[in-house]
Design a protein around this ligand. Sequence first.
Ligand code: C2E
Ligand code: MG
Ligand code: MG
Length: 561
Amino acid sequence: MGEKNELFVSYMERLIRLTHIEPFDRESYKELIIEICDTYKLSKGAIEFYNTPHMEQLGKGEVFCDFDSGKDSTILLRIRIESSTKAVIIGTLYTTNDFEDYTNEELTELDTMLRIIIGFVSRKRILRMLENFGFYDIDGYRNFRSFVRYLDFANAENRLGGMVAFHIDLHNFTMVNQEVGRDNGDIVLKKYYDLLTETIGDKGIIARLGGDKFIGVLNRSIKRQVFDLFSGTTISINEASDQKIYISAATGVFMIPNPFMLMTYGDIMDKIMLAGMTAKRQSKGSIIVYDEKMKKAQSHVKKVQTEFREALKNEEFRVYYQPKVDIETKKLKGSEALCRWIKDKTIIPPNDFIPILEMNTDICQLDFYMLDHVCKDIRRWLDEGREVVRVSVNFSRKHLIDVNVLEKIIATIDKNNVPHEYIEIELTETTTDVLFSDLRRVVCGLQEQGIKTAVDDFGVGYSSLNLIRDLPWNVLKIDKSFVPKNIEEEESIQNKMFKHVISLAHDLGLECVIEGVETLDQLEVLRKNNCNIAQGYFFDKPLPLEDYENRLDERFYSMPY
Ligand code: C2E
Ligand code: MG
Ligand code: MG
C-alpha cells in the first residue's frame, strides 16, 4: 500500500512536470502513460473533445488516445466536463479487470491523474485553435500574420537572403466565378492554393492577402516548379466532372539579395507589390522581377496623384483636337479630343498620366473637365458662325460604376447649350458581365439622347463581336494594329479578319473610323475595304486649339493622291 502510494506521488510529479514544461516531451509522456496503465491494470485511456453537447450526441468530435492495449475492456472511470463555452471534454479509462478489483483509494488516484491529463489535452487543443485562429483565415488559408511570422523566423535564422519573395494576383477570377458559380470558384481557388502549398512544402510559405491575391517566399531550388504554376495550370472542379478551369496569375517577384537583413516588412512588401502591379498591366501569366527603375516609376505615380487636383484647378490640362477625315472627299468629318498636360512649358502625353489617374476615380474628373472644355469650344465656334463638326471625347471605363454618369454627361452638354449631335462619347471594350450591363445602360441612354457613341480601340484587347452586335453603337474605331500591313497578301488571316469586321460593321449600320493612319499604303488598304474615315498622322497630329480652328475653316485637305 505504502509502495503504491509512493508510486502515485512520483507519477503525479512526473505528470505535472511533463504537462507544464515546454517543449513538450512526447516520448517521456508516452512512457509515463504506459507505466501508469501497467501499474493500474488499465487496457485503454482516451480523451474525447466535442465543440458542443449537440456534436457530442452526433459523435462528431476529436479523440486523443495515448494508450490502447487492444484488449477487450470495460469502462472503469469516466469524467465528463462541460466548459463555460459549452465544449464537452470526456476522459475514459478502460480495464479488463473487474471494477471490484480496485480500491476506493486507487480510483481516487486515477481520477486525479485523469483530470490532469484532461486539463493538459484541452489546453493543448485550445492553443492549437488559437494558432489556427491567428494564422489562418476563416476559409483555411494562411493569412498575412503567418507570412510575417515566417519572415521573422527566417530572418532570425539568417536564411532570408537568397530566397524569392512573390505577390500573385490571379487573372480574371471574377470571370471564373461567373462561369462556374461562386461556390465552385471558391473550390477552384482553394485547390489552386493547396497545390501551391504542397509544391512549396517546407521550402517556403504562401499566404492569402485577400480575394485572389497571395504572397509568399520560397527557396530558389523550387522556384521553377512554383513559377510554372503561376504562369498557368488547369484545376478541375471535382473528380466527377471533367470541367477544368485554367488559372494563371500576374506575378511580382523580388529576388532577396544575400546576405539580407530584414528591417521592415515594407522592404519586401513594397517591392513585390510594385513588380506585381507592373505584371498586372502586361499579358496573362507575366512574371516581373523587381528592379530599381520601378521605384522611379512609383515616385512618378505618387507625383501625378498628388499634383492632379491642383493642376485641374489651374487648368493645366488642354484639349488637343485630332481631325477625322473622309478619305474620298478629303473633307474634315470630325475630330477627337485628346488631353495634354502642359506643365512648366512642357507637354506631358496622356500615356504618362491617364493610366495613373485610372488607378482611382481621378480620371472621371478629368474626363468631365475635357467634355466641359470641348462643349465650351463648340459653343463658341457656333456663336462665331463657324461650321462645326462632331467631336468625340474619351470616357474611361471607370465611369461605368457611377450610376449617375449618364445624367452628368447630359447636364454638362446642356449647361453649355450644345446640340447633342455634336458630341460623341468614346468607350473602350469591357469583359466582365457586370460592367457589360453598366455599359449597356450608358450606351442605350446616350443613344436615346441623340449623343453618339463609339467603341474605341476595337481590335486590341478582348474584342468581342457580341459587344458591337448587342449594343446600339454609332461608330467603330478600329485600332491601327488591326489594319493589315501588307495589301498584297489578300489571303492572310489579318486581311480576311479586317475585311469581315468592316463589312459586319457596315451591315450593322456602323460608321468605321480607322485610327493611326500614317501612310499612303495604309490608305490604299482602307479604300480597298470600303472604310471611308481615317484619323492619323497622315492627315494631322492632335492639334492645339488654334491650329485646329484653322483646319475647321479650311475644311478640305490638299493631299496628292
Ligand atoms: P485613343 O483614344 O485611342 O487616341 C488615339 C491615340 O492615337 C492618340 O494618342 C493619338 O495621338 C494617337 N494617334 C493618332 N494618330 C496616330 C498615328 O498616325 N500614329 C500613331 N502612332 N499614333 C496616332 P494620345 O493622344 O497619346 O492618347 C493616348 C490615349 O490616351 C488615347 O488613346 C486615350 O485612350 C487616352 N486619352 C487621351 N485623352 C484622354 C481623355 O481626355 N480621357 C481619357 N479617359 N483618355 C484619354
Ligand atoms: Mg479615343
Ligand atoms: Mg483609340
